[in-house]
Design a protein around this ligand. Structure first.
Ligand SMILES: [Zn+2]
Length: 344
């Protein structure tokens, strides 16, 4: 029996020396050391041995098992090491390869114009105020001297959500909310940029969604000349020092008197061109002195305080500034259009 054990050891070690991969190693482990393996098979004959022989053979069997296990262990370690090395080699990174450039975004032209206008007015001591786009009828119309059934409401076709809630048709409700918050204190000196909504058929110059910036100043002794001086400085900073303005009488329910403001055409300098329809002037602003009724409703005594307000469409300014012929370009997210503003 001792000879059979030694022969088994020789055979096993011989086979193990030729093993080439993990699978073959596993197979040999089962073949020699498994529950139905060769070693177990031999040891089954131990029952026939005498009491003296049994421990001797038992010890020999343990030595054989130990020797085979040691070789299997050694091979196992070798295979694992080789596998790790192969994986590391496969995952090597060539740090000298040039990188892939990341696509850079750009500030949207509308955001650019808003930021530019904000900077101009912040420089004149204004603060920026914002408010909700879903607005109460009271703030959008009534507090601005537009009671229910007022015919001028038709000037601004609205998206109503309920009888009392609508998408704001201008940023003027932010002015009302600010006056309310100020509780009669002066000076009020704000600009309100934001999206507004009107029921309009979209075409090259109209959009049901557009962006407004309005301004409001309230203090003692505020006059029409303050409004004119402010707007002149504003347009000269926005379009250039040579820009002039003219004011034409107009009507808005929340200002009295009211004026449309034209600027000299930046494209032709006033001599007449396609953009200004040969007039030399471009209409860009609505303005006026805050209506006494609006001041009163917001808690300001019109005998003591006065103010001016103005508003412009950001898309209109951006179209003039960048010579864009269709307002829809701002909202269709065509990358060919937007990419032109990366370096501006
Ligand atoms: Zn022109």
């Amino acid at each position: 029996m001792r000879e059979r054990l030694l022969a088994l050891k020789e055979e096993a070690l011989g086979e193990l020396s030729r093993v080439e991969n993990q699978q073959q190693l596993n197979d040999l482990r089962v073949k020699y050391l498994g529950k139905k393996g060769r070693l177990t098979e031999i040891l089954r004959g131990m029952g026939a041995l005498s009491a003296e022989e049994r421990p001797i053979i038992g010890q020999a069997a343990n030595e054989v098992r130990g020797a085979i296990e040691a070789v299997i262990e050694e091979k196992q370690t070798g295979f694992q090491k080789a596998e790790t090395e192969a994986r590391l080699a496969a995952e090597t990174i060539d740090v000298t390869l040039p990188g892939r450039p990341a696509a850079r975004g750009a500030v949207h032209p509308i955001s650019k114009v808003i930021e530019e206008i904000e900077d101009i007015f912040i420089g004149m001591g204004y603060t920026v105020a914002e408010g909700p786009e879903v607005e109460q009828d009271y703030y959008n119309f009534e507090a601005l001297n537009l009671p229910k059934n007022h015919p001028a409401r038709d000037m601004q076709d609205s998206f109503y959500i309920t009888d009392e809630l609508l998408m704001r048709t201008h940023t003027s409700p932010v002015q009302v909310r600010t006056m309310e918050k100020m509780k009669g204190q002066v000076p009020v000196k704000i600009i309100c940029p934001g999206k507004v909504y009107r029921r309009d058929d979209d075409d090259a110059t109209h959009s049901h969604l557009f962006t407004q910036i309005e301004g409001l100043v309230i203090d003692r002794n505020i006059r029409m000349s303050d409004l004119k001086g402010t707007l002149l400085q504003f347009v000269q900073e926005l379009f250039g020092k040579q820009t002039q303005i003219r004011m034409r009488p107009s009507f808005f329910p929340f200002t009295e008197p009211s004026a449309e403001v034209d600027v000299t055409c930046a494209m032709c300098g006033g001599s007449g061109c396609r953009v200004c329809k040969q007039t030399g002037w471009l209409e860009i602003l609505g303005s006026g002195m805050v209506h006494p009724r609006v001041l009163e409703m917001a808690g300001y005594d019109p005998q003591e305080y006065s103010g001016f307000a103005f508003g412009l469409g950001v898309e209109r300014v951006a179209m003039l500034k960048y010579d864009i012929e269709d307002i829809r370009h701002f909202y269709t997210n065509d990358l060919r259009f937007l990419k032109q503003f990366v370096h501006l």
